[in-house]
Design a protein around this ligand. Structure first.
Ligand SMILES: NC(=O)c1ccc[n+]([C@@H]2O[C@H](COP(=O)([O-])OP(=O)(O)OC[C@H]3O[C@@H](n4cnc5c(N)ncnc54)[C@H](O)[C@@H]3O)[C@@H](O)[C@H]2O)c1
Length: 550
């Protein structure tokens, strides 16, 4: 059942989208400075009917949850930061303060790493059987399910993502991931290998020790699960640094993890900023492994910090500029819906977003028209409101960055088909935006926008689109939309990316490995591959006297 829940992410979102599309709503009058393809400026009255109203015109809905945990979690206790400092975490709907959160820095990272070390060296955790560890993860999954709605509300409040998405897709997926890793805990074992001589050779798979984990804000809980699940299944202890924009949900679920029976010191959570807490973790001499998810630029920084300190092993999940390729045999309506989902899901804040929509020239004009109609129907508004498909962007910095990219698109000569402006006058809502006639060399086709901005590019030949798709510093994911098995097979092998979704997108089952080629990262998370990130391999060689066989 959980598997169905996870694998049907796309279809559920598509259904939700369709239902929401028909809801319609009036929208605020926001003048746009940008000129669109149809020669209009700003939002026409007709357009107002279709963008949602909730963004600007209504009071924000009160979140059905309270913030109970805002301190650092070190050695099983919620504690103030050593400096006593706090920082505000903000509601993206309004920019107002949700809570003041303890701000960890290097001294707190030291305390957390010391606790994790003690738990690894002396605590009950490494002495527990794998089955006992597995049962803690299973109990944790049950508690996640029990508290599904509060956790989802906290995630929506802090991040701005639609509550329905958090409650029906992401939080259940966290429980699913925990059960997946619970299943692995007692199936991780080494090998006995034959040697050239009278030797008994064992290959042991051991936990690495203390893992340092740094996560971003776009999927705070899922990133928690992708990192904490395999580290615990393999018997490690850890220090997790959350993103400064979204510290709340990890603290909440870590409390549940202790309720499930996790010994103190095994999981430590430090809220704080990248250049202070994050850098201290990446460069810590007593951290044995670093797992990082975030931008490619920061990935390079932490890799260097790891190398310059104790050469800890590093896995990186970084940015992307994923092609979504629509061949001329595609059902255009279906392709439009899937391409829309591939880009706009989670306010466009997905590392693997299908942010270069390549459309075959034979169906290009029809596709652009229909993509515009679909974007105009997108319901943008308070993420706590039922039927809302798109909430606000995470913060002012990202909001301004996206508007800058929209400006680049216009200045570079792409055609603004729809959108192009903020929505409302408070919070960080942005109109679903589409550019057509996008050329490969444009900034909007090269760089990660991380927002609700779809770039449509025209192509006419399979080899051409392969070449253009691969002409990117990134190699995270791709979507392929075709009825031809031969075309799909050619594309899936030719594309230099870590995931290819054929006639689907954003399918994220626990067992499917995820990660990037090129500057999209190093290593894989989820699936069996993720276990290797958290295991050391030790060869033990013992002479055998009077061996019955070799
Ligand atoms: N490949 C993936 O699986 C995946 C998943 C989600 C997000 N991402 C990527 O993450 C990016 C968006 O997230 P972001 O804006 O939070 O990225 P970011 O790199 O700014 O921040 C990510 C994390 O790194 C920390 N950090 C920042 N500077 C640091 C430093 N000097 N030393 C140590 N830590 C530091 C931040 O505090 C945060 O916790 C996008 O590029 C997106 O593609 C990738």
């Amino acid at each position: 059942m959980a598997r169905r829940a996870a694998s049907s992410l796309v279809s559920r979102c598509l259904l939700a989208n369709r239902a929401a599309s028909s809801a319609g709503a009036a929208a605020p009058a926001v003048p746009s400075a940008l000129r669109r393809a149809d020669g209009t400026r700003g939002l026409l009255p007709g357009v107002l009917q279709r963008f949602s109203t909730a963004a600007a015109a209504e009071e924000p809905i009160s979140p059905p949850v309270q913030v109970n945990y805002s301190k650092l979690l070190i050695n099983g206790n919620f504690v103030d930061s050593a400096s006593g400092k706090t920082f505000p975490t903000l509601d993206p709907r309004t920019g107002e303060v949700i809570a003041h959160v303890a701000e960890g820095d290097a001294e707190d990272i030291d305390r957390a790493v010391a606790a994790a070390h003690k738990a690894f060296d002396e605590g009950p955790w490494p002495k527990m059987t794998a089955y006992e560890r597995s049962r803690i993860l299973l109990r944790f999954a049950d508690l996640i399910e029990k508290h599904n709605d509060e956790i989802a509300a906290l995630e929506t409040w802090d991040n701005g993502k639609p509550y329905e998405q958090a409650a029906h897709i992401e939080v259940p997926m966290v429980a699913r991931l925990m059960r997946y890793y619970a299943g692995w805990a007692d199936k991780i074992h080494g090998l006995v290998v034959p040697a050239d001589g009278p030797h008994h050779v064992q290959v042991l798979h051991e936990p690495i020790g203390v893992a340092g984990q740094i996560i971003p804000w776009n999927f705070p809980l899922l990133m928690f699960a992708w990192k904490v699940g395999p580290a615990l299944a393999c018997g490690n202890t850890l220090v997790l640094k959350t993103a400064e924009q979204t510290p709340l949900s990890a603290l909440y679920v870590s409390k549940l993890l202790h309720e499930a029976g996790l010994p103190e010191g095994v999981v430590n959570v430090v809220s704080g900023f990248g250049p202070t807490a994050g850098a201290a973790l990446a460069s810590h001499m007593d951290v044995d492994k670093l797992a990082f998810t975030g931008s490619t630029d920061t990935g390079k920084i932490v890799l260097e910090l790891a190398a310059r300190s104790n050469l800890k092993t590093v896995t990186l999940e970084l940015g992307g500029k994923s092609p979504f390729i629509i061949m001329d045999d595609a059902d255009v309506d279906h392709a439009v819906e899937l391409a829309h989902f591939a880009l706009f899901f989670n306010q466009g804040q997905c590392c693997c977003a299908g942010s270069r929509t390549f459309v075959h020239e034979r169906i290009y004009d029809e596709f652009v028209e229909k993509a515009k109609a679909r974007a105009l129907k997108r319901v943008v508004g308070d993420p706590f409101r039922k039927g809302v498909e798109q909430g606000p962007q995470i913060d002012e910095e990202q909001f301004n960055k996206i508007l800058r990219y929209i400006r680049y698109g216009v200045d570079n000569g792409a055609t603004l088909v729809t959108g192009g402006d903020r929505l409302g006058d408070k919070g960080y809502y942005i109109q679903p935006t589409i550019f057509s006639d996008v050329q490969d060399g444009m900034k909007i086709a090269q760089e990660e926008i991380f927002g609700p901005v779809q770039s449509i590019l025209k192509f006419n030949d399979l080899n051409e689109v392969i070449k253009r798709s691969n002409a990117s510093q990134y190699g995270l994911a791709a979507g392929v939309f075709t009825k031809s098995l031969d075309t799909a097979n050619t594309l899936t092998r030719a594309l230099r990316v870590g995931t290819v979704w054929v006639n689907c997108f954003d399918i994220f089952d626990a067992g499917i490995p995820f990660g990037g080629y090129k500057q999209s990262g190093i290593g894989r998370e989820k699936g069996i591959d993720s276990l290797k990130n958290y295991l050391q391999v030790k060869a033990v060689v013992t002479p055998i006297k009077n061996a019955a066989w070799l």
